[in-house]
Design a protein around this ligand. Sequence first.
Ligand code: KIV
Length: 281
Amino acid sequence: MKTTAKTFLEMKQQGQRIAEITCYDYTTAKLIEASGINAILVGDSLGNTMLGYPDTLSVTMEDMIHHSRAVSRACSNTMVIMDMPFMSYQASVYEAVTNAGRLMKEGRGNAVKLEGGAAVKEQIKAIVDAGIPVQAHIGMTPQSVNAFGGFKVQGKGEEAAKKLLEDAYAVQEAGAFSVVLECTPPKLSELISKKLTIPTIGIGAGAGCDGQVLVYQDMLGMNMDFVPKFVKKFANVGEIMMGAFAEYMKEVQEGTFPEEVHSYVKSDCSDEFLKKLEAEL
Ligand code: KIV
């Protein structure tokens, strides 16, 4: 059964936690789908993880469409949520709806995600009115890294805590089916999760959220750059990959790979003929 925006709400009502994970390619999406995870986020974190940018600001609509299509092709049951890139929705409601529509038509996912609270409530409402489910994202919103002065915990202090709760209410009222809370104090995240009827999906926001999301390269130990404190390494896939690459190089250099079993046809002409060919040409 395909997970949908409606499933997210039902899961919250039934007290079931939601597992979401980022993904940007077909092969990994197939593996995630087989694991039964509820939702894939084609995050604009692909700017960091797939394209090597220092932040998400350079990610384009074309990047998002390209990666979303690949992931969507792999997913029959997993809900695919697609990030709206920086400046594809902030400037106007018209641009927000047009770009969300384009992402749905060409990326073939099931919902879009955008960053911001009360400041983007008109955009969320208009996109939802156009029939597109929206996951909101508040707290540490990476597209605003320059405004925040770095990747920092948000919602610290009474004023900031109140503003975060107001933002959470604003996106719920605008029609978002869920909201990502990124890098917010755990007790505040728990309070927001209790107050809202839509599920909260935490990342660095503690255990009191209705679900969690992680960047897959982080949780698989594949990220050789900075790894945030909130990440748990569920496997050391990076080490396994490096070991396999080194072993492959060694075997190629030593001539122990490929062996006979790795060839399609053992011999389709006689040794005699090959000797003749060698002598002739
Ligand atoms: O782009 C992304 O991966 C995200 C998650 C960190 C929530 O927005």
